[in-house]
Ligand binder design. Structure first.
Ligand code: AMP
Length: 416
């Protein structure tokens, strides 16, 4: 038997109901903030991620699914959503209509070591906001994600927040970190040894070395921020306070992608079992690094699979509507066509209807009705057709009523 690829999983049964619920709630929250849906291809030119996400990131150096297509071009199956959306904005000149407020959902692919909360096919949902460099926008973006998690019913959520400054600040800080770490580099893991000169900020959030005292006592980026960057960061905190977002400033938060400038943040849970459940930041130089105009931007992505795991960890009961409005039973196959026509009519009016079209006996059909947790059961036999009416049974009180077919929609409107 052919089995699924390591690091992927199937979504069916109860899990698919949870996926559906969470995605729809995210859509509703994004729409309430006036975000529009965007979808870009799963396949992009490899160069996009090398230039966009960054040559020195773990994602690009170790994790992308790259292949040469039959025409000899280098393609990559997307590892994240931001770079593809930036490409789409440039190619279609969407920046002529700023601000842009976009939300997305989709699968991403990273060749990571699979474990709980870490997959090779991961789903992300996120937002991208283009067109302003203003702390109130940072606060609005951060609070959108926070409010979504609150609406899901999650209780143990906090936002970790940091500013990594603009490139001038980061360059000074980089030098300071190299100076600080270089005498002790032998103590570090192989990855951090490599990072020292290429990307020393990443040593701060290394999963292996991050908890060592030498890392904890490293210089803080916050001491390197310019007055303007400090003021910007302080304003974000003020706005978050007034929006009642619970955050913690974490000066070692740097995030794994090269495109971030100034604001970076993560949504974490109390147990933080498998890392953050979402993360993002500002990327004011992303479009210009892809030869586009200089337009500031900010966004985040939730690890969809991790949101689902957290719902399970916190034993949140989602308000999933599984009930049918009505299950239609037919005494014999002679009534099937009549039943199908009625089902059609009611479905077109927006009711959730099902029926058996395979000629099961009445007992099995009643069982089926219970399995679907239907509110009403409609019974159609020879007599009903003759009188142009149906019998409707309330599936809880078991009370039965005859209703004329001509009044059926009104009856459903009033009783459901
Ligand atoms: P990133 O795109 O790396 O900034 O990650 C954003 C979010 O995606 C993280 O906070 C995680 O929740 C999630 N994520 C990243 N990598 C994985 C993975 N391999 N499996 C599941 N979720 C992931």
């Amino acid at each position: 038997m052919i089995q699924k690829i390591k690091g992927t999983y199937d979504v069916y049964g109860d899990l698919s109901k949870k996926h559906d619920y969470v995605r729809k709630l995210f859509q509703a929250v994004c729409e309430s903030y006036n975000y529009n849906y965007i979808e870009t291809p799963l396949l992009e030119r490899s160069e996009l991620f090398h230039r966009g996400v960054g040559e020195t990131t773990d994602i690009v150096t170790k994790e992308t699914y790259d292949f040469t297509d039959r025409g000899g071009r280098n393609n990559t199956i997307r590892p994240e959503g931001t770079a593809g959306i930036a490409r789409c904005i440039l190619e279609n000149k969407l920046y002529n209509n700023l601000p842009l407020k976009l939300w997305y959902y989709g699968s991403m692919y990273r060749y990571e070591r699979p474990q709980k909360g870490r997959y090779r096919e991961l789903r992300q949902m996120g937002i991208e906001t283009y067109g302003s460099h203003n702390p109130i926008v940072d606060a609005e973006v951060i609070s959108l994600g926070y409010n979504f998690l609150k609406e899901l019913g999650l209780k143990n959520i906090k936002v970790k927040l940091n500013s990594i400054g603009k490139s001038e600040t980061r360059n000074k800080y980089r030098e300071a970190l190299i100076d600080y770490f270089k005498g002790n580099i032998d103590e570090f893991c192989e990855d951090c040894k490599e990072r020292l000169n290429k990307n020393p900020l990443r040593i701060l959030d290394c999963k292996i070395d991050g908890d060592k005292d030498i890392v904890k006592n490293a210089p803080s980026i916050l001491d390197y921020l310019s007055d303007e960057e400090k003021e910007y960061f302080n304003k974000i905190k003020e706005y978050l306070d007034s929006l009642e977002v619970e955050y913690i400033v974490d000066n070692r938060l740097v995030r794994g992608l090269d495109y971030y400038t100034e604001t970076v943040f993560e949504y974490v849970t109390e147990k933080n079992e498998f890392g953050s459940i979402g993360g993002g930041g500002r990327y004011d130089k992303l479009l210009s690094s892809l030869d586009g105009p200089d337009i500031p931007a900010i966004g985040f992505a939730f690890g969809f699979d991790r949101v689902i795991s957290e719902i399970e960890n916190e034993e949140i009961k989602l308000n999933i509507n599984e009930e049918l409005d009505c299950y239609i039973l037919t005494v014999s196959e002679n009534e099937s066509n009549f039943a199908l026509e009625l089902a059609n009519k009611l479905r077109m009016c927006g009711f959730k209807i099902d029926l058996d079209l395979t000629g099961k006996n009445m007992k099995s059909q009643f069982k089926e009705a219970d399995r679907y947790k239907t509110k009403l059961v409609m019974i159609i036999g020879e007599d009903e057709i003759k009188n142009n009416e149906v019998t409707i049974r309330d599936n809880i009180t078991k009370e039965e009523t005859k209703v004329s077919v001509d009044n059926i929609v009104d009856y459903f409107d009033v009783n459901l």
